[in-house]
Design a protein around this ligand. Sequence first.
Ligand code: 5GP
Length: 195
Amino acid sequence: MNKGLLIVFSGPSGCGKGTCMEALLAADPEIALSVSATTRAPRPAEIDGVHYHFVTREQFLEGIETGDMLEYAEYNNCFYGTPASAVERQLAEGKVVFLEIEVQGALKVRQKCPEAVMIFLMPPSKEELRRRLEKRSTNTPEDIQRRLKIAEDEMSVAPEYDYIVYNNALEDAVDDIRAIIRAERCRTERQLSDR
Ligand code: 5GP
């Protein structure tokens, strides 16, 4: 049976990761998105257990202690982490499991799971990134400033990734990511080890 494929998907806040992810999930039932735990407050449209597992700082730290985090990181004064057991289960089912995570966590996954495929989504430009963050009315001006600063730092880590996809047009970016998945599934070592 196919063992599944682990994809690390990063890109600065506002670069369109969420929209790309929605399109990928809608187009292919084999693709699954890992639901992270976070101490950030939910945004108005976000649902607990769907977009994130919203937890307290104490609950998050407990998760780290019990070893149920594949990786975690602090971002913009909040904790974010990937529950390991759900990811392992989906991989065992043969799914293409996406971790939509920031760069510090991504580099930890690379160490723990060298077979993971790392994709970095780039915004068309810094000006466009600012525009998109400003359009997201749930972000305060201070939050936007902090996210833009973090975005600059994140983009400097892009060379560590296996692939860089520019999100100039959503459809093209989604096509590129699907092409990457398709090619990665054909990799010789994966074909031979899945037999
Ligand atoms: P947001 O607050 O905009 O939902 O997410 C902020 C950043 O945290 C985004 O770059 C997002 O990809 C990242 N993130 C979400 N979940 C996780 C996680 O489980 N681990 C890590 N390291 N980053 C995450």
